[in-house]
Design a protein around this ligand. Structure first.
Ligand code: AMP
Length: 210
């Protein structure tokens, strides 16, 4: 099954992607994680992407399209995959079509902007391995320390309040039109984000079958 998770930054796409991945046994492809990894290692891709990412802007379409094209050609994607954070523009959605990718379901996680702002202020990432935590929903066992590698947890530069509003504006202007694109194809399902992660997951799994 080929699935897209749409939704504003902080809507819980990454968490729901993990749940679906465990349920269906298919990998998650997060363009944000791929780009952050590239920035960490200082690769040419990372050098190209860093400034846009830090400012909460989208990285150019051709850059992310290249990342996704290479990743979905890998062996573990043969049975399907979950795209988390891609496509974020109609041009990216059209690029998937041009690659001959047939998407089975697009899950749109709906969360109000005010809730997003509250949630993003609690998000922390490991500066060592990139693992993601949340002070309210997925707290580390030891405060400020990664459960997986023991390195320090930090606030993502683009989660700082001044940048979050810019990211929400980018989402409303550039990513929301992607919903209409998939709605017209009949594969879009909208899910209201719930207060409890597991309640949202139950709705997401149901929407995959509907
Ligand atoms: P995320 O972790 O998905 O919120 O992504 C973090 C940042 O990576 C975004 O704010 C963008 O700068 C960049 N990014 C991730 N995915 C895309 C995409 N599909 N198109 C353009 N930029 C992206």
């Amino acid at each position: 099954m080929k699935i897209i998770l749409l939704g504003a930054p902080g809507a819980g796409k990454g968490t729901q992607a993990e749940v679906i991945s465990g349920h269906l046994g298919i990998p998650t492809i997060s363009t944000g994680n791929c780009l952050r990894e590239a920035v960490r290692t200082g690769s040419p891709l990372g050098i190209k992407a860093k400034e846009d990412m830090d400012r909460g802007r989208l990285v150019p379409d051709e850059v992310v399209i290249g990342v996704v094209k290479d990743r979905i050609a890998m062996d573990d994607c043969k049975k399907g995959y979950i795209l988390d954070g891609f496509p974020r523009t109609v041009a990216q959605a059209q690029a998937l079509d041009a690659m001959g990718v047939e998407i089975d379901r697009v899950i749109d996680l709906e969360v109000a902007d005010e809730t997003i702002k509250r949630r993003l202020s609690g998000r922390r990432v490991c500066e060592g391995c990139g693992a993601s935590y949340h002070l309210d929903y997925k707290a580390p066992k030891r405060e400020g320390i990664c459960d997986l590698c023991g390195k320090a947890l930090v606030i993502r530069k683009d989660d700082e309040p001044a940048t979050v509003q810019d990211r929400l504006n980018v989402y409303h202007q550039q990513t929301e039109p992607v919903k209409a694109y998939y709605s017209a194809k009949g594969v879009l399902r909208q899910v209201e984000g719930q207060e409890k992660v597991e309640d949202t997951s139950a709705l997401v799994l149901k929407a995959l079958e509907a």
